[in-house]
Design a protein around this ligand. Structure first.
Ligand SMILES: Nc1ncnc2c1ncn2[C@@H]1O[C@H](COP(=O)(O)OP(=O)(O)OP(=O)(O)O)[C@@H](O)[C@H]1O
Ligand SMILES: [Mg+2]
Length: 258
């Protein structure tokens, strides 16, 4: 029986799709069968990031009852299974209420389904939350995204959905950012991963890959793997991985690695 994790945020652009791709790939490294589902019907970008913008069957066809969800499933070269939503304007008019049936189609087709939602509480996201097993919240260290994240958390809790925790993404460590303590206190939830702003994330997405494939020893990769291990409840040798990471970062500092 697949386990559905909804990735949500209070506003757009916080790094949900980036989290979905990297968390998904990290889970694969722990031998899980992972499907990524692009439940962002108005600004779909998961498929675009993974080179699946021009496919014949999409989530939209599943929501229309035209196709079984598995017919909209494509295998990315990483081995991740991906269900993109359509970028065509003609496909905008679909009913997200039917997401329940799409989830049912997928229940025997993966260990984990990572649901990449749109920012805020639009109707696609509301159904993404309503039908999932748990919610993972992605925020940035600024007032707008933390306030929005709080709204999402309250909404999910009203539906009795467990909140796995908060991924604090796009962190620049500058003085204008909210601190970790302020964020945890405001949200009443633990920050379970911190992902700094770094071009290696953008660069990997540009190549249609996770940062783990492109820069496996970067601290970003370690953070996503740590997050995956925590969610899956499996052991992760953090000390060993961090030793490898320190060496990689040293080479990067010397300019030997980009
Ligand atoms: N840690 C990071 N470092 C650098 N760039 C990042 C990082 N995380 C995300 N980005 C970049 O920020 C932009 C938005 O990221 P992403 O598309 O994952 O956000 P999103 O929350 O899914 O957005 P939307 O709400 O529009 O779906 C992308 O250009 C992505 O490459
Ligand atoms: Mg997105």
């Amino acid at each position: 029986m697949a386990y559905f994790i909804s990735i949500c945020s209070g506003k757009g652009g916080t790094g949900k799709s980036t989290t979905a791709i990297n968390l998904g790939y990290a889970m694969k490294t722990f031998d899980k069968d992972v499907t990524l589902l692009d439940n962002n019907l108005t600004t779909p970008n998961l498929g675009v990031y993974l080179g699946l913008e021009d496919v014949s069957v999409t989530l939209n066809d599943s929501l229309r009852g035209k196709n079984h969800a598995t017919e909209a499933m494509y295998i990315h070269n990483s081995g991740l299974k991906v269900i993109p939503s359509s970028i065509a304007l003609k496909d905008l008019n679909v009913n997200p209420e039917n997401l329940r049936e799409t989830f049912l189609d997928l229940k025997d087709n993966a260990d984990i389904v990572i649901v990449d939602n749109s920012g805020g509480l639009s109707s696609d996201t509301i159904h993404g939350i309503r039908n999932c097993n748990e919610v993972l919240v992605v925020t940035n260290p600024d007032i707008a995204s933390v306030t929005g994240a709080l709204r999402v958390i309250k909404f999910a809790e009203n539906l009795k959905k467990p909140i796995r925790g908060v991924v604090l993404s796009r962190v620049n460590n500058d003085k204008n950012e909210l601190s970790l303590e302020e964020i945890e206190k405001t949200l009443g939830k633990e920050v379970i991963a911190i992902v700094e702003e770094d071009n290696i994330i953008k660069n990997s997405l540009l190549n249609g890959n996770s940062v783990i494939e492109n820069f496996p020893k970067s601290k970003h990769s370690i953070e996503y793997k740590k997050l995956a291990a925590r969610i899956l409840g499996v052991k992760f040798d953090e000390e060993l991985e961090e030793k490898k990471s320190r060496f990689f970062n040293f080479l990067r500092f010397l300019g030997v690695k980009k």
